[in-house]
Each structure stands twice: as structure tokens, then as C-alpha cells.
Design a protein around this ligand. Structure first.
Ligand code: FAD
Length: 324
């Protein structure tokens, strides 16, 4: 079926990273776009709680390598869409001396890194001087602040004429040529599962890290991602659960212990925020763009909404303009 008009009216349901990136791709191609979001404002979803790492090589440790190429494109995509918000500082991966095997295992499963000795680590992150004997440095990786990025996308899309409708729970509003469903865990499909992630936001001026640092551990690997205002996001648990309850005491303790192991000054940090969110995942943990008659579904972004969202958005926009 061909679209009746070169400038179709498209509704996007859900204003997470999937909905916002798709809105931009569609608007750039000339579609008239309206976004319908259940919440009263931008945020309150999985995307809001994400760490914002654009780390295709590190993620290759636990995911298939199909994400490397789209992940690379994503760094450029975010940089073009929101100039100045992407930080291309790379990722540092460390392990306590007793967990040296973890570093070897991580190295064996990933690529595009260099090995650092103690002095190199001190050059890169002076606050970690003397704390770790060796590290892996993934210099081509990047990160962004998801909250700042989503708010910036919201402003950009509004300026481009995209209409936002908040507090909207009526799934597919009538009057559009096509709907794009980007509802994350709001999408009803028995194959879609939730992987709960819990995070802490700590504030301290006693530690100065300039890039995401992953601390490997056989049972509880964590990452610490710098944010503005001396804040650090510490995350994240991976729990097969759709519970939306507050972070558990066990998870908070594990995350705090790991942050303390990375740098003892985190022990004095202020806990600014704790949060839990649900990552939407298909059984193979890969995202999908699927089509039915007048609806396109983009879902299953799992751990990689910011890394793979732009690629899914481009795929969806291409299919909309070529196949409908
Ligand atoms: C702790 C944590 C850390 C993460 N870190 C990273 C990272 O470093 N890098 C990375 O790339 N990814 C990361 N992710 C993954 C990323 O956050 C998710 O893949 C992504 O947020 C999924 O985006 P989404 O738009 O599909 O879903 P969501 O962000 O959940 O958005 C879905 C939206 O749809 C709305 N909605 C649902 N139902 C309806 C309805 N009926 N009507 C209207 N609106 C509706 C919801 O309110 C919500 O706003 C992380 C996730 C978590 C939880």
C-alpha cells in the first residue's frame, strides 16, 4: 500500500527515546508528526533513567556484534541532532586485582580497546591513580545525559512543528495515516519481557571522573557515569522482573559497595536519587521494527535505547516512506 500523500500525518505513541528519535527522522523526511504520551511531561520512563552510554564495543561483551555498526552511527546521529551534548571521552574498564580474570574475560569478548598500565590510568583519570593495576580503554565510545538529551529533542521537535499531547492514554488516536507504537513496556505482547534496572545518583566533589568507568566483578559489575554538578550515575541492576517498586535495600547496598570499591570518596557522597525502571526486551534481546496494516511497532530496545534508537528510527522512517 502506498501512502496517499508525500507528507503523511503520523501519530507516534510514547515519548521515550524510541518515540522522540523516530519523530525526528520522520519530520526531517517531511511527515507531519504528533506525539501522544501517557505521562504529563517528558520523562517518567525507562529512557529517563538510562545511563546514556553509547558503548557498542563494551556492550559486545554480552550482546551480539550486530550492534557495533549501528552504535557507531548513533554517536554521529546524536552529535548531529543535538550538537554539544555527546561526550566522546571513551570508556574505561577496570577490575580489582583479585578480579583480574574478569578483565581478561572482558578483553576476550570485546574489541577496539587498548590495554592500559597503572601509569596510563593515572594520566587518563588522575583520581584513580594507584587504585588499579591495569585497565581496558575503549577510546571511540561516547556518552550523553539522557535527561538533557530528551528535553533538548523535545524542544527541537516542538520548534520543527511536532505536536505533543501529554496525559494521553487512548492508544491509537483516529485521523492519522499511520501510527507508530513506541510504548516500551506499555505494549501488550506476551513475548515482550521487562528487565528491571536500578540506579543511584550520587553527588560528591571529592571525586572527579571524566568518562564512564565500568568496574568488573564476577557477581555484580557496575558502571559509574559522570553527570553535571558533581553527580555520578551508578548502575545498574539487571533483574528479570516487571516490578516497578522502589530500589531494594540489597541493590542499593551492592551499588554503593561497588562505587566505594571504585573510589572510597563515594562513601561520603550525597545520595541525590534512587530509581528503578523497566527495559523492554524481546526473547533474543534485539530491538525490532515490525509492521502491521496501519501500525509500526518499535520496541525491544532493552539495554540499548540510546545506542540503537537512532538506527531503529531510521529503519522505521525508511519503511514508512518506501512501503506505505
Ligand atoms: C537503568 C538503565 C540504564 C540504561 N542505560 C542505557 C545506556 O547506557 N545506553 C543505552 O543505549 N540504553 C540504556 N538503557 C536502555 C534504555 O533506557 C531503553 O532501551 C529505552 O529507554 C527504551 O526506550 P523506549 O522509548 O522503548 O521506552 P520508554 O522510555 O519506556 O518509553 C515508552 C513511553 O511510552 C509511554 N506509553 C506507554 N504506554 C502508552 C500509551 N498507551 N499511551 C501513551 N503513551 C504510552 C510511556 O509513558 C513512556 O513514556 C538503560 C535502561 C535502564 C533501565
Amino acid at each position: 500500500m502506498k501512502m496517499k500523500t508525500a507528507f503523511p500525518d503520523i501519530s507516534i505513541i510514547g515519548a521515550g527515546v524510541a518515540g522522540l528519535t523516530t519523530a525526528l527522522e520522520l519530520r526531517i523526511r517531511g511527515a507531519n508528526v504528533s506525539i501522544f504520551e501517557r505521562n504529563g511531561e517528558i520523562g517518567g520512563n525507562a529512557s529517563w533513567q538510562a545511563a546514556g552510554m553509547l558503548a557498542p564495543w563494551c556492550e559486545g561483551e554480552s550482546a551480539c556484534h550486530r550492534m557495533t555498526a549501528p552504535g557507531l552511527t548513533a554517536i554521529d546521529w546524536w552529535n548531529r541532532a543535538l550538537p554539544g551534548l555527546v561526550k566522546r571521552t571513551g570508556t574505561l574498564v577496570v577490575a580489582m586485582p583479585r578480579d583480574a580474570d574478569e578483565l581478561n574475560r572482558f578483553a576476550a569478548r570485546t574489541s577496539n580497546f587498548c590495554q592500559l598500565a597503572m601509569t596510563d590510568i593515572a594520566d587518563l583519570e588522575p583520581d584513580l591513580a594507584g587504585r588499579f593495576r591495569s585497565a581496558l580503554y575503549f577510546r571511540d565510545e561516547a556518552h550523553l545525559d539522557p535527561r538533557k538529551s530528551m528535553l533538548a529533542l523535545y524542544r527541537k521537535l516542538s520548534d520543527m512543528g511536532v505536536q505533543f499531547h501529554f496525559n494521553h492514554d487512548n492508544l491509537y488516536p483516529p485521523g492519522f495515516d499511520l501510527a507508530v507504537d513506541c510504548t516500551g513496556m506499555g505494549f501488550a505482547d506476551k513475548n515482550l519481557r521487562a528487565v528491571r534496572g536500578e540506579i543511584l545518583l550520587l553527588r560528591t566533589s571529592e571525586v572527579a571522573l571524566t568518562r564512564p568507568v565500568r568496574l568488573l566483578h564476577p557477581r555484580f559489575p557496575i558502571y559509574v557515569v559522570p553527570r553535571e554538578d558533581h553527580c555520578y550515575l551508578v548502575g545498574a541492576t539487571m533483574i528479570e522482573s516487571d516490578s516497578t517498586s522502589a530500589i531494594s535495600a540489597r541493590s542499593a547496598m551492592e551499588l554503593l559497595n561497588a562505587a566505594y570499591a571504585l573510589h572510597p570518596a563515594f562513601g561520603e557522597a550525597e545520595i541525590v536519587e534512587t530509581a528503578a525502571a523497566l527495559r523492554p526486551a524481546w526473547p533474543d534481546n534485539l530491538p525490532r521494527v515490525s509492521l502491521s496494516d496501519k501500525t509500526i511497532v518499535i520496541n525491544g530496545l532493552y539495554r540499548h535505547g540510546f545506542l540503537l534508537g537512532p538506527e531503529m528510527a531510521k529503519q522505521a522512517a525508511t519503511r514508512i516512506f518506501e512501503e506505505f
